[in-house]
Design a protein around this ligand. Structure first.
Ligand SMILES: [Zn+2]
Length: 255
């Protein structure tokens, strides 16, 4: 596939990068990414995935915009408080780049519907706010053999990891967190607070790693970094990387 000539100017700064180039940009234009959660991670990640020319975006969230979201969820405006995030995200993308295809789903992702929500994706980026959804998404990704970019943020800490649990030697997200968090009441603590720019850093870093995964078949940015969990510390500041081992007894990905 070749990038249409009317798109060359928009992506000129990508195309001159040897790691992306015309071939890589064409791969991004063909890619379909499902974003689960359009909050502190999802909003900035969506901006940079759309800006990167990811051709098809599916935006999934069952929440509405609250006033306290505006400090970090940068695609929403004050006159949109009370409106559904998925619908607003769809409008944001189509106004930003009218050539991108975007679909929205107002849905809480559960083990029952996760497979249908992620169907057809080249990559799922999960930035939702609770473990039950994260684990449902992870299990569905393993079953559908779709890579998962998982990202979370709180206070001054971010975590971004790429998972390919469908591969025999690679862990899934469940290998990392185990089974203890399947219960619905185990949401991460919103009341802990979060520096807004920390969500921006974590979300845009997740977009960077998502692009790395999408470009991996072209050799682009090198290794997709399966099973690497990057820990972002906004106070130090620093970036550390852990390697997650595949759990041979994992009920998400063990064969
Ligand atoms: Zn696993």
């Amino acid at each position: 596939m070749i990038l249409p000539t009317n798109r060359l100017g928009r992506f000129a700064r990508h195309i001159v990068l040897p790691e992306v180039g015309g071939a890589g940009q064409a791969v991004l234009a063909q890619a379909r990414v499902v974003l689960i959660g359009l909050g502190g991670i999802g909003a900035p990640a969506l901006q940079y995935l759309a800006a990167a020319g990811v051709g098809t975006l599916v935006v999934v969230d069952d929440d509405v915009v609250e006033e306290s979201n505006l400090q970090r969820q940068t695609i929403y405006r004050e006159d949109e408080i009370g409106h559904r995030k998925a619908e607003l995200a769809e409008v944001w993308v189509s106004e930003f780049d009218s050539e991108l295809e975007v679909h929205w789903k107002v849905q809480r992702v559960t083990p029952d519907n996760a497979g249908e929500v992620i169907a057809g994706a080249d990559l799922v980026l999960d930035g939702c706010d609770n473990f039950a959804t994260r684990l449902a998404v992870s299990d569905a990704c393993v079953a559908a053999r779709i890579p998962l970019l998982s990202a979370a943020v709180g206070r001054f800490q971010g975590q971004v990891g790429a998972f390919a649990g469908h591969l025999p030697d690679q862990p899934c997200y469940r290998c990392y967190v185990g089974d203890a968090f399947d219960a619905d009441d185990c949401d991460t603590c919103a009341e802990d607070g979060m520096l807004g720019a920390m969500a921006g850093w974590s979300g845009t870093f997740a977009a960077l790693q998502a692009i790395r995964v999408l470009l991996a078949p072209t050799g682009g940015m090198g290794d997709p970094q399966w099973g690497k969990l990057h820990l972002l510390d906004g106070l130090a500041p620093s970036l550390r990387t852990m390697t997650i081992a595949k759990d041979p007894a994992c009920r998400g990905c063990a064969s």
